[in-house]
Design a protein around this ligand. Structure first.
Ligand code: PEP
Length: 264
């Protein structure tokens, strides 16, 4: 049994005040009795305040990036130990970091190792560009990214993989459930080669790319997809709450609907 995850990547959005307000709205709709794992990843400067605002909920806190060194003369950077002091989860290798900040497979690999050593649960993002997709190179690109990101890593228990086709991120053009499911199955086969069947079967694979409350069910209904990494729509409380509720009812259809909500 893989517990599904709905994770919100707030990217470079929300001031500290806005982040606390958003958490206040999420608290009104996300029950601590839900079995779905819910994660929010605000900007660094809001982490401490959001941690405080999440108290008493089951919503987990994540960051969007880290440096691979534990400390040192790296002005402006944030270390795995600093992140682990506040968060459980860390997004690593997001395509925006690869595209705008020069993150290579080698850097992503170092960050994954550093995050795991610090006790963080990494959400490793991989995904192909539009031209690779159109040229039928999705499997090749995803395989290469997964292998380089995980080279030399031998502890996989806390790993989550987010398959995020770059052409679907922030474009409003989400992929479709069936091809994403096929790519997720490929990712699980590679994870099996890199670890073993039991471990690979336990790793959650998420889809990300223009997921909304209107289209999330198409992905969650696929056998190999264990949740979603949501960008833009995670900033709208009603959208995010609806996505968490849909995940709860799709993955746990026998759970009685509960409104055991956390008062603000
Ligand atoms: C993301 O940032 O990981 C993402 C998938 O963004 P969006 O949902 O906005 O496409």
């Amino acid at each position: 049994m893989r517990f599904p995850i709905i994770a919100g990547n707030w990217k470079m959005n929300t001031t500290v005040t806005e982040a606390i307000e958003l958490v206040g709205q999420l608290r009104k709709g996300i029950s601590s009795a839900f079995s779905v794992e819910v994660v929010v990843c605000p900007p660094f400067v809001s982490l401490a305040a959001v941690k405080e605002a999440l108290k008493g909920t089951s919503i987990k806190l994540g960051a969007q990036n880290l440096h691979f060194e534990d400390k040192g003369a790296y002005t402006g950077e944030v270390s795995p130990l600093m992140v682990a002091d506040l968060c459980e989860v860390i997004i690593i290798g997001h395509s925006e970091r690869r595209q705008y900040f020069g993150e290579t497979g080698e850097i992503v690999n170092k960050k994954i190792g550093a995050a795991l050593r610090a006790g963080l649960k990494p959400i490793l993002c991989i995904g192909e560009k539009l031209e690779d997709n159109e040229a039928g190179r999705t499997a090749e690109v995803v395989t290469e990214q997964l292998r380089s990101s995980l080279a030399g890593i031998d502890v996989f228990a806390d790993l989550v993989v987010a398959y995020e086709p770059i052409w679907a991120i922030g474009t409003g053009k989400a992929a479709h459930g069936k091809p994403v499911n096929e790519t997720a199955a490929l990712i699980r086969r590679i994870l099996t080669e890199l670890s073993n069947q039991e471990t690979a079967d336990s790793i959650r694979i998420l889809y990300g790319g223009s997921v909304t409350a209107e289209n999330i069910a198409e992905f969650l209904e696929q056998s190999e997809i264990d949740g979603a990494l949501v960008g833009g729509a995670s900033l709208k409380a009603d959208q995010f709450i609806s996505m968490v509720e849909q995940a709860e009812y799709i993955y746990f259809p026998n759970n009685p609907p509960t409104k055991d909500l956390i008062p603000w």
